[in-house]
Structures are given as structure tokens and as C-alpha cells.
Design a protein around this ligand. Structure first.
Ligand SMILES: [Zn+2]
Length: 472
């Protein structure tokens, strides 16, 4: 006879979180918390493990001064957070109690994806990788954004991915899988809090999920009183006190390096804050979605340009809090991506100068090469430094090896790898993974109630603290 025993599975208490959002005395409760911030801005930098803000400090350094200048991140650092998802092992023992098998359960232990971590940040509950706002039993969880809405705050999201991507989705939608983008988009319209739409402001990419053959959610939102905009320039002319759906790309926003507005997250955040301001306060989720995507591609030029936009966003929010001290801003990452290292292969240096003058993203340069739109000689101009003979040869070798015009995609991929390798060698950047890693992430906070986030915490604690500050 075998006895089976579950070890270290995370126990989840499924208290009636959603019904609590029905909020019998929610506004009363909110008032009872003396340090309750009027406005809360939660910023998630997807994939931003600790080496990214450290690299940004070096990137931002004025080399003519002896010290490295502090950045907005350094000035506002308060703690760190663990990021692991719900996970565990199922061990089977024989009659003598000897372990005869160990099997993984739920998720890859200790390494989270964006969905599980965003759900933790949004709800305070651990779940499995891929889950959007649901627990390990696929039951819906209440989020801090929903709670804010139930206490009559305005709510919004501003992100550089599609707005139905894992992080923003976890604050609004309920789905067993992050891949179900259409169903997640439907949730944005169909799921309501006390009859109200969950988000008053939605800015980012993702037109294709809202203008579909089977359903036109854009028209449904417009018919329900939303204004719709599809270009960033329209953010300056939004009608005040009217909810807004702004979709600026078919899927995700362009990478900052290729965008007409290199700080488009900052532009969206400014517009969102302006649109959300009201006497009851607001909850805004901001996501620098693509630090992660640069990390997945082991492309430090990509990630660093996203960090520049994030820093500009944080500088704007820092100034905003000086003028509006009843506002709380919290920034963290959902996990680390790429295992990016400052220095590689035993070389004791890192040279961010080579990241400062790109006129196009490495992927864009690679695509132009693959499509014969530029010659290798023209790469120096776009990459922002003169390629040496070895580097020119590295690119020339690719065109020889895969000189197959039918397979432009493969060619483009190989050029991309070569261009990022050239940048890695110039800067001495290292990578350990094409995916996520389980290192703790930094936590930054300022404004009313920010001391709550000091020291070490778990990602679920961040939601718990936000709930508490909002009187739940
Ligand atoms: Zn990722």
C-alpha cells in the first residue's frame, strides 16, 4: 500500500474576497485608515530584476564627475520582494515512509511568470503560472483595482504591452490562461463592480482584441460613454471627466527605440493621471511592459531604452507626489528576466556608452539587413558606433551562411542575434537565460503610506498592504 502526501503546497484561504468587494461599508472602512492615500499609483516594471536599475545608474552616469549620480530608483528604494508562484512537490512514500517518487505540481517551482506574479501583486494570493486573477483552483480573486472601484475611486491602466497582456489583465480579468486574449478583452467590458466598468482609463496597445469580427468592444465601450483614441497625440485633447479607451497599436506598443515618442509610457501616465484626478481619488496601474521583452531577447539596448522611459515616468510621478502628498506610488518588478549581468566573461567593466546612440532597435536593424533595405556599411550609423572589421565580418558571415532570400525570417533572426552579440561584447553585458529567473526584485515607494513597503516582503504582501491602506 502506498500513501500519498502533499508537502509544502501553499495553503490558500479562499475567503469571500469577491463578495467583500460588494462593499457594504467599504467607504467607511477606507476613512478609518488614517494614513490612507487618496490616490494610489502601482507601477510594475516587467522583468526588472535588480541589475537593470543598477545598469541604468551607470547608463545615466555623468562620467565627468567622480561619483555616479543617484537615479530616481536609488532615491526611492525601500525594500525587496520575493516573486515565487504557488508551487510544490507531491511526494509518494512507501509503508516504511521512504520517499519513492517526487513529482512537480502546479508550476515550475520558485520561478514565476508574469501572470502568477501579477495576480499576486493584484490580489495578495499565490497562484500558478499562467493564471489571470484566479487561484490554484481557478476561482476568481478580488483585486486592489476592483476594491478601489468599489470605494468610489476612479481606476485606470497605462501599459506598453497590449492592455490585455498578463500584468494589466490580472488586475481586471479572470481567466485560467493568459493566452485567452479575446476572453480577457471581453472581461474588460462584461465584468463590472457594482454595475460600474472596472477601468475608467485604459491606455496601451491591443486594437486587434477590441475590434474583432465576432465582437466590436471598441464600439460597445463608445456606446457606453467612453471616448476612443488611437494616436498618442490625441492624449493632449482628451475630454475631461469622460472615461477613455486608448489603443495605440494592433498588439503591443512599438519598442521605445523605434517609437516616435521615446517616452510613450510617460506620456500615457501623465494623461491617465490627469484624466483620473477627482475628489474621491484614483487607483492607476502603470506597466513598463517591455523591460521583460528586451530581457527575453537578451537585448540590453532594448531593455535600457525601456528603462529610460520608466525613469522618466517615475520622475514625473515623483514631482506629482511633491504637489499631491496624499498620493502613494509603489514600483516593483514581477520577476527578473534574462539573468542580465553588468559585466561578462570575467571582464571587469561595463560600457553603456554603446547603448546611447542607437537610431533604431537592434531587431529593426536586423530586419532592415535581412530585407536588403540597408547594407552592412550602414549599420554603424544606426547602431551609433563604428563597427570594427571583426564585427563587419560577423554580419557578412551571416549573409553568406544563410544567403537564402526566401527565408528572410531566419536571416533576420540571425542578424538580430549578431547585432545583440556585438552590443553585448562592446558593453560587456552578460545573460544566463532567455526566460525568467527567481532572484528577488527591488521595491520602490514614495508618498503617503510608503513606509509600509520597507524591508523584505513577498509579492503577495504588496497587495495585502494596498488593501489595508485602502481600508479593506
Ligand atoms: Zn517575461
Amino acid at each position: 500500500m502506498k500513501s500519498s502526501m502533499k508537502l509544502s503546497l501553499i495553503t490558500l484561504t479562499l475567503t469571500s474576497l469577491l463578495s467583500a468587494c460588494g462593499g457594504e461599508s467599504s467607504s467607511q472602512a477606507a476613512q478609518s485608515t488614517s494614513n490612507a492615500p487618496k490616490n494610489i499609483i502601482m507601477v510594475v516594471a516587467d522583468g526588472m530584476g535588480p541589475s537593470y536599475p543598477a545598469a541604468f545608474r551607470n547608463y545615466n552616469d555623468d562620467p565627468s564627475t567622480p561619483l555616479i549620480e543617484q537615479t530616481i530608483f536609488d532615491k526611492t528604494l525601500v525594500g525587496s520582494s520575493s516573486t515565487y508562484p504557488a508551487s510544490g512537490f507531491e511526494t509518494t512514500k512507501d509503508e516504511q515512509g521512504n520517499v519513492i517518487s517526487v513529482a512537480e505540481s502546479l508550476s515550475n517551482s520558485y520561478v514565476t511568470d508574469s501572470a502568477a506574479s501579477a495576480t499576486a501583486l493584484a490580489t495578495g494570493v499565490k497562484t500558478y503560472n499562467g493564471a489571470i486573477g484566479v487561484d490554484v483552483d481557478k476561482q476568481p480573486l478580488a483585486t486592489v483595482l476592483e476594491w478601489a472601484k468599489s470605494t468610489n475611486k476612479k481606476t485606470g491602466i497605462a501599459v506598453t504591452s497590449q492592455i490585455v497582456h498578463a500584468t494589466p489583465a490580472s488586475y481586471i480579468a479572470k481567466n485560467e490562461s493568459r493566452r485567452n486574449y479575446d476572453a480577457i478583452a471581453n472581461d474588460y467590458f462584461d465584468l463590472k463592480i457594482e454595475g460600474k466598468f472596472k477601468a475608467d482609463v485604459m491606455l496601451g496597445g491591443g486594437t486587434k482584441y477590441f475590434l474583432r469580427e465576432d465582437r466590436n468592444l471598441k464600439d460597445e465601450f463608445v456606446a457606453s460613454g467612453y471616448q476612443y483614441v488611437d494616436s498618442l497625440s490625441q492624449l493632449n485633447t482628451l475630454e475631461p471627466n469622460k472615461p477613455v479607451l486608448g489603443l495605440f497599436a494592433d498588439v503591443s506598443m512599438p519598442v521605445a527605440l523605434d517609437s516616435s515618442d521615446k517616452t510613450h509610457l510617460t506620456s500615457m501616465t501623465k494623461a491617465a493621471v490627469k484624466q483620473l484626478e477627482n475628489e474621491n481619488g484614483f487607483f492607476l496601474l502603470v506597466e513598463a511592459s517591455q523591460v521583460d521583452w528586451g530581457g527575453h531577447s537578451n537585448d540590453i539596448a532594448y531593455s535600457m531604452a525601456e528603462m529610460v522611459d520608466l525613469a522618466a515616468t517615475m520622475n514625473f510621478l515623483y514631482e506629482y507626489v511633491q504637489k499631491n502628498p496624499d498620493t502613494l506610488v509603489v514600483l516593483t518588478a514581477d520577476h527578473n528576466t534574462g539573468g542580465f549581468s553588468i559585466g561578462h566573461d570575467g571582464i571587469y567593466k561595463w560600457q553603456p556608452e554603446y547603448l546611447k546612440h542607437l537610431k533604431a532597435s537592434p531587431r529593426n536593424i536586423a530586419e532592415q539587413l535581412a530585407n536588403n533595405k540597408i547594407t552592412i556599411a550602414e549599420v554603424s550609423n544606426l547602431i551609433g558606433f563604428n563597427l570594427n572589421d571583426t564585427e563587419i565580418q560577423q554580419l557578412a558571415d551571416i549573409s553568406l551562411v544563410t544567403n537564402n532570400s526566401e527565408d528572410v525570417k531566419v536571416l533576420s533572426k540571425n542578424y538580430y542575434k549578431a547585432v545583440t552579440n556585438i552590443i553585448d561584447n562592446r558593453t560587456s553585458s552578460g545573460w544566463t537565460s532567455s526566460g525568467h529567473t527567481g532572484v528577488d526584485v527591488p521595491v520602490y515607494a514614495f508618498g503617503q503610506g510608503y513606509t509600509e513597503f520597507s524591508g523584505f516582503q513577498d509579492n503577495t504582501d504588496i497587495a495585502k498592504k494596498l488593501f489595508k491602506l485602502m481600508g479593506k
